[in-house]
Design a protein around this ligand. Structure first.
Ligand code: ZN
Length: 585
């Protein structure tokens, strides 16, 4: 595989400042010469994601993700290496050298976008054809106007086994490509594979990502048969856990807040009624990944899930996730209909607008929810409610909110406010204690499983790994040491496979007199090895002398000797085997 030249990568690195590229994904705060924020790759409440402008690198102390700008974009945008480089080139106005690179995945992805777009065109034009009248009638019966159908590229999948397949085959796409895009299914009988349309006799809605690519489809039945919805499952261009509908339009809305509804049909109805900031989360519920995606476009959302029990559960879950990333949120209590679509139909957009304006913040919503099924006139009901109130307020870190709501409820229930506050404090202490205990337990478990895993797989120990890491860290910082140690140590001496690979990548560069900037390693190391390299770099920040290097080598060599001399159990004679136990007694 061809490689990018160091000159090219150096220029890319210079033009793509890491801070600038990370800040759309993470809200960064300055801390000394570095920046910190909440990690976009794992859920956390206190920031452990650190950006180092000086070395143009990042590292998360929570999940261990680390690297530089190319591998950050790979992770954040879910791209492969060449795609990430191309993404950065586009942003900074550089031309990517294309000859000889392995861009097979990028090419496959490009074809899949094309296939989806072509399929969307097919479904859409079929909708407006004579045979598609049944689909058009369905959309009309649900109140969708022609302009909306066109704007959202909605369509109809014919009631045939090969309606789309035939069309796409004519356009030059293979069965296998259509299968991989989830537009075709296959079955094998008598050693013969047959392909057929995935979507048949369904009202089709294309799912379009923020960049305007058709990435997936949702298909709804026209009657009451099951399954009601069929959606594209994960493909090369679509990840369900990241599937958000309508963000391509909503991100351009004048409204700063996003309205989140349960289904894409609701989102479309809202757009038609003038709420161009409505989106829907695909799949079953809002995920942490989606929340991070939304946080790039807004810092406030309005949840308007269905009024049924499932919708309430989804709301509770979403509140937890959105809270954990510091998103401001409000919750609409739907009245006059089971979902936004029904409310718009029954009462018109003004009703929905007033519901949004009257939306409770998340605390008010939870406090209201907590009343369900309790008789607040009875002593027992009061106690149960106050207990719930205390646990809701204990969760918020906003002390003013806590004060306001405990006063309000104390007055309403005619109890002493101080007793509510005292209970809140008690719950907080308990929560802190449990959390600390869990953290302690986790650290212990991690180090135990790390130790035992290493002991079993590598016959090695932490001391050796530390020596390996320190040696790597020191030659990374003082490449001139390499000349003096190269006779004493080689990559073969390392016990960890990752360290072996990292050490050889570094020494190859030193031999060629090339720069040791992180960016130059992105072509040689996997994402995991990049994590490890950055971790080593951050962990061993103090310079080591040449003497220190030699000490590390001694530890590594000692371990190697130990492993060499240890005879595997199976090679022992019976006599030796017995002796082994005698020695141990
Ligand atoms: Zn992390």
């Amino acid at each position: 595989m061809a490689r990018f030249s160091d000159e090219f990568l150096a220029e890319l690195r210079m033009r793509c400042d890491i801070e600038q590229f990370i800040s759309p994904y993470v809200q960064l705060k300055r801390r000394g010469k570095n920046l910190v924020g909440l990690c976009p790759f794992h859920n956390e409440k206190t920031p452990s994601f650190t950006v180092y402008p000086e070395s143009q690198s990042y590292y998360c102390f929570g999940c261990g993700a680390g690297g530089e700008v190319i591998n950050f974009i790979r992770r954040a945008e879910n791209l492969d290496y060449v795609e990430a480089v191309s993404f950065l080139c586009d942003k900074c106005g550089m031309v990517m050298p294309t000859d000889g690179y392995d861009n097979s995945i990028a090419e496959k992805r490009r074809r899949m976008y094309e296939i989806n777009k072509e399929a969307a065109r097919f479904f859409n034009s079929y909708l407006f054809s004579e045979e598609g009248k049944v689909g058009l009638d369905y959309f009309k019966s649900r109140g969708y106007k022609k302009g909306t159908l066109i704007r959202f590229g909605m369509g109809y999948a014919p009631d045939k086994w090969d309606g789309l397949l035939r069309y796409m085959r004519q356009k030059g796409y293979s069965y296998e490509e259509l299968y991989e895009a989830n537009l075709a299914n296959k079955s094998t009988k008598d050693n013969k594979t047959r392909y057929y349309d995935s979507f048949r006799n369904r009202a089709m809605v294309p799912i379009i990502d923020v960049r305007g690519n058709v990435v997936a489809f949702g298909g709804r039945v026209l009657d009451d048969s099951k399954p009601k919805y069929i959606n594209t499952s994960d493909t090369l261009v679509y990840k369900k856990s990241l599937g958000v509908f309508g963000l391509n339009f909503a991100k351009n809305s004048k409204e700063r807040k996003l309205i989140i509804v349960e289904g894409y049909m609701d989102a479309i109805s809202l757009h038609q009624a003038g709420f161009d900031n409505a989106i829907a989360c695909l799949g079953t519920a809002l995920t942490g990944e989606m929340a991070h995606l939304l946080a790039r476009y807004t810092d406030e959302v309005i949840l308007a899930y269905d009024a049924d029990e499932a919708g309430q559960k989804a709301t509770d879950r979403a509140i937890g996730i959105l809270n954990s990333i510091g998103m401001k949120l409000k919750v609409v209590k739907l009245t006059g209909g089971k979902d936004p679509d029904e409310i718009l139909k029954n009462y018109g957009p003004e009703r929905f607008r007033s519901l949004i304006e009257g939306a409770a913040n998340d605390i008010e919503f939870e406090l209201l929810q907590a009343r369900n099924g309790l008789d607040l006139q009875s002593g027992d009901g009061k106690i149960k409610y106050l207990e719930k109130v205390a646990s809701i307020l204990a969760k918020t870190r906003n002390s003013i909110a806590q004060d306001v709501y405990s006063s309000k409820i104390a007055e309403e229930l005619q109890v002493n406010k101080q007793s509510i506050i005292a209970r809140i404090e008690q719950l907080r202490r308990k929560e802190r204690y449990t959390r600390e205990k869990q953290q302690y337990k986790k650290i212990q478990q991690d180090s135990m499983s790390r130790n035992s895993k290493l002991a079993i797989t590598n016959n090695t120990n932490i001391k050796v790994l530390n020596a390996e890491e320190m040696l790597i860290a020191s030659i990374l910082r003082s490449p001139e040491f390499y000349d003096r140690i190269k006779v004493d140590v080689s990559q073969e001496d390392f016990t960890s496979e990752d360290n072996k690979r990292i050490f050889s990548a570094i020494t190859e560069k030193i031999k060629d007199h090339r720069s040791l900037e992180l960016t130059f390693f992105t072509q040689d190391l996997t994402q995991e090895q990049m994590n490890a390299l950055v971790k080593i770099d951050k962990k061993h920040e103090f310079p080591i002398s040449i003497k220190g290097c030699l000490d590390c080598i001694a530890v590594i060599k000692q371990e190697q000797e130990r492993r060499k001399t240890r005879v595997p159990l199976t090679d022992m004679s019976d006599e030796e085997f017995r002796n082994l136990f005698k020695k141990n007694q």
